[in-house]
Every structure is written in C-alpha cells, then in structure tokens.
Design a protein around this ligand. Structure first.
Ligand code: GLY
Length: 377
C-alpha cells in the first residue's frame, strides 16, 4: 500500500517554492497557487490531449477554486514549438489573463517546458505550478525553472529560467505510465546517484528491479525514496547555480552543469536517432560512455567506472550504442552547449559524487570510449 503521508521538499533561493511528493495530492494545488485574495482569479491548465482524462482530479480541484481555461496542446516534443506557445498566449489573451493569474501544467517534460515558457512570457512572467506525470519530469524537468521550446536550429534554444510557484509530484500518476517510460526515467535517477547521492545507487543495486519499474512500482516505497532523493539532488544543485554559470574546467564542482552528466554523448545519440530514442536511455548510454572516458583520462577509478554499466543496466537501461559512427557523434558533441570553440567539455566524475569538468580530452581516449560503447551495444 502506498504511504499516504506527503513529503514537502523546499527549494530555497530568490524565488522559494515547495515540491510536494505523495499519492493523490491534487487537492494541494490550491495551497501552492494561493486562494482567495492571495491567489489567482484565473488559471490556465496546459494539458496534452492524451492526458485529459488522467487530469480529472486536477481539473476538478482547479475549477472549484478558480475560473479555469483548459488549453489542450499536442503530445510530447511536438508541443514544444513557438507556434504552440503563441496559440497558448492567444488563449490567455482571449480569457483576459492578468499578472495575478496563473498557469498549471499537467504532463511530461515537454509539457512542463512549454507551459513554463508560456507562463514566463505572458506579461513577462506569471506564476506556474507543474504537475509532472512522468518519472523523468518529476525528477528533472519540473524542478529548477528551465523552460523553453524547440526551433528549426535545435532543441531548447529559446526559453527562460522561470521558477515554478510549486511542483506537485503525484506518484499515483505513474501507475499508468508505460514501463519503458518508467525505465527511461530511471536514467536520470541513477545519474543523480553518481553525481551526488550514493544512497540512490545502493537502493538501485539492492532492490529487485521489478519493484522499481514493474507493475506496482508507483506504490513502492523504494521508488518513492528514489524520487525524493533525486529531487533533493536537483534542488541542491539548482539552488547553488540556478542559471548554470558556475562551470569550471577541473577546478571544482561544475554547478548546474553537473546535471548534464552523460548528456553530451546522450544528446549526440538522441540527435543521431532523430529524437526517437528516449532521453533517459540516451543519458544512460552517455553516462557509461563518459565514465569510461574519465577512466581512460586517469581521473576515475576502474571500479566506479564499471559500476555505471552495472547500475544503469540493472534497471533495464541500455549501456551501449552502435547506431551512428564516431565522426557523426563527435560532430554532434561539438555543438553541445558545454563546448567552447573546438574543445569538447564533459562532466566527468573524479570519484562518486565528485563531478568536475573535463575539457579537451584526447581524440585517442574519445575513440577508445566510443569503441567500448559500440562493443556494449
Ligand atoms: N535538466 C538539466 C537542468 O535542469 O539543468
């Protein structure tokens, strides 16, 4: 049986807010948005067509307290366009949304990114509360204030940092999430274990994987602990470096860039696969790749490097990839946001929970880590 008690994780900083984790917590929405004179008069619910039914309790909670405008958007990455954002702003304009009104997103990471950007742009910023419906969005996209849409030139190139007024992680919503998406979400969870919280790794390594990703996972205390710990990792990182400006080469903790562990190769693979591979799967392959790169560069010990493939693989994530050649992936990594000029930059580990930046690794090491990735496929 799920624990009924909710957990409240507080995010400090200039715009503090709470992340509430529990089961069936839709009624907490009005508390996060504010009620009566202190709350919004109108609320826009941004929801993909495919999730409208699942959004029932959230719709009811909002409709009982505010004048509700429901904005139905396309599913997934197809929603993350300037055109969809403009259509949302048109709806807010028609409904007369003012600065004291608010947006609620209900969906996966694409919906929180889009709805967050709609809220960030409307009247230069109205409050937004995220209700993430995927594991990936709960532990990553919904927390930390990154919002945005894709353009012809690439993903997430237009957007803003706009911290939410609150985040509601209703674990019951994971009951209907396809297993493959639950597994993919574990990619970001295991990543959090490596960059900051080894207890996450211990839990993954000692829990039956079926408990974490099989039927009933949404109600398991182990998954709940993993979600809460991963969110706490994200909170700790973003509170210290909200706008991702702390990055240093080798010298110290790379700040928010640490969350991009495994993402340099991961993004390159996603691009090579035309974004048909799930993000968490690509991050898993990318983290195992970069652990091998760090080992070859002499900064990470063999056992910790080997632990990567074991931990990610244990929950059913891929650890190798052979779908694109070295030159294609090398070129894609060169346009990663962390790159500077011709020099590739990677978040690597010097030890468990000790992320640093590795700038300009040798081509020999890059190729060897690539070959190992192909061999694991
Ligand atoms: N998803 C990485 C970040 O929020 O910085």
């Amino acid at each position: 049986m799920p624990e009924s008690v909710e957990s409240v994780l507080h995010v400090g900083g200039a715009s503090p807010y709470d992340v509430i984790v529990g089961h069936g917590v839709a009624e907490r929405l009005t508390g996060l948005l504010g009620e009566g004179g202190g709350g919004p008069g109108r609320v826009a619910l941004v929801v993909p067509e495919t999730l409208r039914e699942l959004a029932g309790p959230v719709r009811e909670a909002l409709a009982s307290a505010y004048r509700l405008t429901e904005i139905v958007v396309p599913d997934g990455e197809a929603a993350k366009t300037v055109a969809t954002a403009a259509a949302c702003w048109d709806r807010l304009g028609e409904a007369g949304f003012t600065r004291s009104d608010a947006v609620v997103t209900f969906g996966g990471g694409a919906t929180t990114d889009l709805g967050g950007w709609v809220a960030a742009g409307w009247l230069r910023g109205v409050p937004v509360v995220h209700v993430p419906t995927t594991l990936l969005a709960m532990v990553d996209a919904a927390v930390g204030g990154k919002t945005g849409v894709n353009t012809a030139a690439g993903k997430n190139l237009v957007g803003a940092f706009h911290e939410p007024a609150g985040v509601l992680c209703d674990l019951s919503l994971l009951r209907t999430l396809p297993r493959a998406d639950l597994v993919a979400g574990m990619g970001e969870v295991v990543k959090c274990g490596f960059i900051a919280d080894p207890r996450i790794l211990e839990l993954v390594e000692t829990t039956d994987p079926a408990v974490l990703t099989g039927d009933g996972a949404a109600d398991s205390p182990q998954l709940r602990e993993l979600v809460e710990r991963s969110i706490q990792v994200k909170i700790d990182v973003v509170v210290g470096d909200l706008k991702e400006t702390a990055g240093t080469a080798g010298a110290g903790h790379p700040g928010r860039e640490a969350l991009n562990y495994g993402h340099t190769m991961g993004h390159a693979i996603e691009r090579a696969e035309d974004y048909r591979m799930r993000h968490g799967e690509a991050v898993s392959v990318g983290a195992v790749f970069v652990a091998e790169l760090a080992r070859l560069a002499g900064v990470l010990d063999e056992a910790t490097a080997a632990r990567h493939a074991a931990a990610f693989g244990r929950v059913g994530l891929p650890t190798g990839y052979a779908g694109a050649g070295y030159d294609e992936l090398r070129a894609a990594m060169a346009v990663d946001k962390k790159s500077r000029g011709d020099q590739l930059r990677f978040v690597v580990l010097h030890d468990l929970a000790d992320p640093r930046v590795l700038a300009g690794p040798s081509e020999e090491h890059l190729r060897a880590a690539y070959d190992a990735m192909v061999a694991r496929a």
